[in-house]
Design a protein around this ligand. Structure first.
Ligand SMILES: [Zn+2]
Length: 57
């Protein structure tokens, strides 16, 4: 059974340091139960409440 593109992408993501999905800067926050991560600046821009985010490291 062939892997879909999103599965291979997710696999590759595991071997990479977390980066902001918007500007590719080092990520500080990640969405809970998701692989999406954001730097401080973009997190504040995207989310009025940082409650939905988890701080990385
Ligand atoms: Zn960013």
């Amino acid at each position: 059974m062939a892997l879909c593109l999103c599965a291979s992408k997710k696999g590759a993501f595991l071997f990479m340091p977390k980066k902001c999905i918007i500007c590719a800067a080092e990520a500080i926050y990640a969405i809970k139960d998701s692989s999406e991560s954001y730097c401080q600046e973009c997190a504040e821009e995207q989310f009025s409440e940082l409650d939905v985010l988890e701080k990385i490291s």
